[in-house]
Design a protein around this ligand. Structure first.
Ligand code: NCD
Ligand code: ZN
Length: 336
């Protein structure tokens, strides 16, 4: 039997939703992860200190007695300034910027990327040491949206050299290349973008549960992502982008974007890293890199993963997970 022990695994991009959905999905992440960066795209989005505190409280109630730190984010608004952000800096781990309308619940995001317009908010974040996480896609052709956004990432990285900028859920070779050109650019990578390409989504029968933003790209893009994930490039961190939607919203003429991966993330990552002979790098990809880059001190948790197969449930509540009804080669043996 092969095993790997992870200490303080972290998921640096997670959608927990609210209400009933939160109560269904939060315990699944809280069980196996020490903490996660919680996305703010609720309806309405999390845009002030009171909403942030209320949401954190809801999450803590939903996870019961699991040991888990929700690292909170605010939904970026160009109006944020130093006086607004300074009193929140202790409660915030990052601010998440969405281009307006680019993905689920992002209507109130940023239109146009005018550095001068963004300067007050981004200078304040830079001064306060608050990282900026970005959903980097333009409104262009769906396969080119992320590639077209790379110059915007680079412009921001140069204009705000002391601001930590995280390129969220990168899916292209171009984003991987940009990482090493700027000391303040970082990235998260999902599980599903390490596993699938557009062919898996739409190359045969359409598979709505694999449809997400950014859409999975070409084999050579996946190769580039795999390369930096498997070597646990120090600026690359695991962020599942686990994004649950009720089954009726996925199996529908207008399919919502998002892949629900939280309950299978660690076993599937272990299987992937083992298959490539890189298990020794998994700790850095799924914990240590994020701890160092974000300067986090997550609650202690020791997760033992073994190469004993796991049968993935068809559904969790009303949500269909990645690998629903299938077997994956690894499972969680214990969590302490
Ligand atoms: C996310 C969601 O459903 O909130 N969807 C997705 O496809 N990833 C939003 C996001 O991160 O883009
Ligand atoms: Zn997301």
């Amino acid at each position: 039997m092969t095993e790997v022990i992870l200490h303080q695994p972290l998921d640096m991009h997670l959608h927990l939703r609210d209400g009933e959905m939160l109560r269904t999905v939060a315990p699944l992440s809280a069980h196996s992860f020490s903490g996660a960066l919680i996305m703010p795209n609720l309806v309405p989005p999390v845009t002030d200190g009171q909403m942030l505190r209320d949401y954190r409280q809801q999450i803590l109630e939903a996870i019961g007695d699991e040991t888990f730190e929700p690292y909170m984010t605010l939904f970026f608004k160009p109006e944020y300034d130093f006086d607004f952000l300074a009193p929140l800096a202790e409660e915030l781990t990052a601010v998440k910027l969405y281009p307006a309308g680019i993905t689920t619940n992002s209507e109130g995001g940023v239109s146009g990327f005018d550095v001068e317009e963004l300067r007050p908010a981004l200078s304040a974040m830079s001064e306060l040491g608050i990282p900026l996480c970005i959903h980097g896609e333009t409104g262009g052709f769906v396969m080119d949206r992320e590639k077209e956004f790379v110059p915007i990432y680079e412009e921001l990285a140069v204009a705000f050299p002391d601001l930590m900028i995280v390129m969220e859920h990168i899916t292209t070779a171009e984003s991987v290349e940009a990482l090493d050109r700027h000391p303040n650019l970082y990235a998260t990578i999902t599980l599903h973008h390490l596993l699938i390409t557009l062919d898996d989504v739409a190359g045969g029968m359409l598979r709505p549960h694999l449809f997400c933003k950014p859409i999975a790209k070409r084999p050579e893009d996946r190769e580039a992502l795999l390369r930096v994930a498997l070597e646990a490039h120090p600026k690359v961190m695991f962020g599942s982008d686990s994004a649950p939607h009720p089954r009726h919203a996925k199996e529908a003429p207008g399919c919502a974007a998002g892949v629900f991966t939280a309950p299978v993330a660690l076993p599937a990552l272990a299987e992937l890293f083992a298959r490539h002979g890189k298990l020794e790098n998994l700790q850095r990809f799924v914990g240590t890199n994020a701890q160092e880059n974000y300067e986090l001190d997550p609650p202690k948790k020791k997760v033992r993963l073994v190469d004993t197969p796991m049968k993935v449930p068809e559904k969790y509540g009303d949500v269909v997970p990645l690998f629903a009804g299938e077997e994956i080669g690894w499972s969680i043996a214990s969590v302490e």
